[in-house]
Write a protein that binds this ligand. Structure first.
Ligand SMILES: NC(=O)c1ccc[n+]([C@@H]2O[C@H](COP(=O)([O-])OP(=O)(O)OC[C@H]3O[C@@H](n4cnc5c(N)ncnc54)[C@H](OP(=O)(O)O)[C@@H]3O)[C@@H](O)[C@H]2O)c1
Length: 160
């Protein structure tokens, strides 16, 4: 079975995006995302793919869509999360968003890598609530973004 890890950056209200874009620019988080996902399969919703606009290099890009005709260079498609898992097989893969895919995937993931941003951005897409009955926080690293004047933390949760 595929071992799914969710990777996401959330604001103080669990917001993840506005008008199909990221509301912030946080280079430290982009570097963490790149370092963590490079060399692995990444699974994303079709809207998140459109927001990025291209396949991310040095990763196996899998886009989940209900549109059987949708295709893009450098990308594999799957009709569901289960279909994505069937493509990936027995290894770790990263769920990289967005809101619809996170809502689907949080019940199946083993690990959450959450970048918590200590500010609210008035988002229109959200990460689901993290149920502490199901998830244990196992590490937290807090930083200050000089460029943004907010604090953020890299937080890891493991399924209980
Ligand atoms: N902060 C972060 O870390 C982060 C990370 C990623 C994305 N985001 C943000 O999240 C927002 C996008 O999220 P979103 O919820 O609007 O869209 P999304 O989850 O990226 O994509 C939704 C699309 O995925 C497909 N889909 C969803 N569930 C499916 C299922 N069960 N089976 C088959 N296909 C399925 C559908 O594609 P079709 O319509 O083609 O069928 C659906 O329209 C953007 O603002 C983006 O910037 C933030």
């Amino acid at each position: 079975m595929t071992r799914f890890t969710i990777i996401v950056a959330i604001d103080a209200q669990n917001g993840i995006g506005i008008r199909n874009a990221l509301p912030w620019r946080l280079p430290e988080d982009m570097a963490f995302f790149k370092k963590t996902t490079t060399g692995h399969a990444i699974v994303m919703g079709r809207k998140t793919f459109e927001s990025i606009g291209r396949a991310l290099p040095n990763r196996r890009n899998i886009v989940v869509t209900r549109n059987a005709g949708w295709q893009h260079e450098g990308v594999e498609t799957a009709a569901s999360l289960d279909a994505a898992a069937a493509l990936i097989g027995e290894q770790e893969a990263f769920i990289i968003g967005g809101g619809q895919i996170y809502a689907d995937a949080i019940g199946h993931a083993e690990r959450l890598l959450i970048t918590e941003i200590d500010k609210s951005f008035g988002c229109d897409a959200f990460f689901p609530a993290i149920d502490t009955q199901e998830w244990r926080e196992v590490s937290r690293e807090t930083h200050h973004s000089a460029a943004n004047e907010f604090d953020f933390a890299f937080v890891t949760y493991q399924r209980k």
